[in-house]
Design a protein. Structure first.
Length: 537
């Protein structure tokens, strides 16, 4: 007992002096406090680190079962640090401070409270171990998606009858020669100079992710549909599911595939199909479904489908402004080309090329102009152009309008529009992953590491949506960004108290939350610890 610290020794002596023999539980009874004199002039604060973000992320991981999953699914070998724990490091860092594995190893891990929260010393977290953790994590993708779907459904009573599917792209820095999926294609990031991959994401009506697939960067959007539909339904079943798709993901062939296989769908159609319903656009019978949105139900001749005409006043103003802007650009450009033809000799072929480039870069209003380039005397090209008023008439009628198509013939037009408009949840998921979770650019060059990087971003987005659902349940809205920013301000620090006798008292304390932070934590049902165990330095 002589080697025990004083507090433990006093507790043991008190238990030994108890009545009726020794009572083991009293070893942990509170003892009389000891008072020491502290040199207030030398009190200091050391190692202030980020606590709120990593702690909140770990709490969410526990609730959704990620901690248990990593422990069970990733087998333990001879590694010094469990791969499951390193998987948590990757997910929590992507959630609270998105950065590269190198930055995590060299900066963020040491600057955060992850060391105390996970029990892994900073010197054990290095770039090589993080990369190898990515390799261990990737094979668990399928089972991980299944586990998350079940747990999230239980926590938030989610329905999986409505599935929203959309695609995006994310680009690489570097040549990515070792990755066959890294190809150049249509870039939603406006980086056609970089190779990319295409990501297809399936979410529920509230935006909770169900699963995703990664495709080659030059893959056409419409070709991904069958593969994703069959994978998701093969994993979770197909009974009673409705697929909601934007116009870029379906063609007439894909609609026939959905019909032939007995799947239910709500899809947007190409704008060209609006021409078939020109008369309905003019006629009365519109139903208001939102502040500035009206819909009209149109039966198909075969009776197997229903088409829903939709028009939005705000969207009409936007499209009208776009048409007017492009019209001015084309008109100014044509006048400039015309003046150039009058001032100097120009070949007709080169003038036609300039006109083609002008119309191509302003395609939204190109149909308004009829342009001809005539060959005159040698080197004297002549430009003749006019406006097609018929195009303007149709544009004015169809501005702000779009057409939906579905085989849910017993649904009301308003319900079909509300179902389709939920595709904004999938679009929001991509914005969050690209801005808040920094899925782009991808620095990894190997195909498997790229896949694992996207999986980690998927896990971080699950935590994001969990916080969103908790905020909604607590009456805090469904936008977690401000809540997360507030909780991230909470820090942990070492309080050092020099005593009169010459030795120092060290306590690792969590900063006291502000009144606003305390209210948020109370509403979310989260309990902030006041102190953390001191890890050895």
């Amino acid at each position: 007992m002589g080697e025990m610290e004083e507090r433990v020794r006093l507790g043991a002596r008190a238990a030994a002096q108890g009545q009726g023999g020794v009572h083991q539980g009293r070893l942990f009874d509170p003892v009389k406090p000891e008072w020491v004199e502290v040199d207030a002039a030398r009190m200091r604060l050391e190692r202030v680190r980020d606590f709120g973000g990593p702690w909140l992320g770990l709490e969410l991981c526990r609730r959704v079962g990620l901690v248990e999953f990593f422990q069970e699914a990733i087998p333990r070998g001879n590694e010094e640090v469990e791969w499951g724990v390193m998987g948590l490091v990757l997910a929590l860092c992507r959630w609270s401070h998105p950065s590269s594995e190198l930055k995590i190893a060299e900066h963020f891990y040491e600057q955060s409270a992850l060391r105390e929260l996970l029990g892994v010393p900073a010197e054990k977290v290095n770039e090589d171990r993080l990369y190898r953790a990515l390799d261990r994590l990737l094979p668990q993708k399928g089972e991980l998606e299944r586990r998350l779907r079940g747990r999230l459904g239980e926590l938030f009573e989610l329905g999986y009858d409505l599935l929203l599917y959309d695609v995006t792209s994310t680009y690489f820095e570097g040549e990515a020669k070792g990755n066959a999926q890294a190809q150049r294609g249509y870039s939603r990031d406006h980086r056609p100079d970089c190779k990319q991959v295409v990501i297809g994401l399936v979410v529920t009506r509230c935006g909770m992710p169900v699963g995703y697939e990664v495709f080659a960067g030059n893959r056409s959007d419409v070709t991904t549909l069958e593969e994703v539909v069959e994978k998701i339904e093969g994993r979770y079943g197909r009974m009673g599911r409705v697929w909601v798709l934007d116009r870029g993901l379906v063609s007439e062939e894909k609609v026939e595939y959905l019909k032939r296989t007995g799947r239910q769908y709500v899809v947007a159609t190409p704008r060209g199909l609006l021409r078939r319903y020109e008369r309905e656009l003019v006629e009365e019978g519109w139903e208001a479904v939102y502040e500035d949105v009206e819909v009209k139900r149109c039966e198909s001749p075969e009776g197997e489908e229903v088409f829903i005409l939709c028009r939005s006043a705000s969207r009409r103003q936007k499209e009208k402004a776009i048409h007017e802007r492009f019209e001015r650009r084309i008109e100014e450009g044509l006048r400039q080309i015309e003046r150039g033809c009058q001032r100097r000799r120009q070949e007709a072929v080169k003038v036609a090329q300039r006109v083609g480039r002008l119309l191509g870069s302003n395609s939204r209003a190109a149909g308004l102009f009829e342009v001809k380039v005539q060959e005159g005397p040698p080197g004297q090209a002549r430009l003749i152009w006019s406006k097609v008023e018929g195009w303007r008439t149709w544009a004015s009628l169809s501005e702000g309008c779009y057409l939906l198509r579905t085989n849910l013939t017993d649904w009301k037009a308003a319900d079909l529009w509300k179902t389709y408009i939920q595709l904004t949840e999938a679009e929001a998921a991509f914005r969050i992953q690209k801005s808040d979770l920094s899925i782009r650019p991808i620095w990894h060059q190997k195909g498997e590491r790229v896949q694992a990087h996207i999986l980690v971003c998927f896990l971080a987005y699950v935590l994001w949506k969990m916080l969103s659902q908790l905020c909604r349940r607590a009456g805090l809205g469904d936008e977690p960004r401000k809540v997360l920013a507030e909780i991230q301000q909470i820090k942990v620090a070492d309080v050092v108290l020099p005593t009169k006798s010459g030795w120092e008292i060290r306590k690792r304390c969590v900063t006291r939350p502000t009144d606003h932070q305390a209210i948020l934590l109370q509403r979310l049902g989260l309990h902030l610890p006041s102190r953390l165990e001191m890890a050895e330095m």
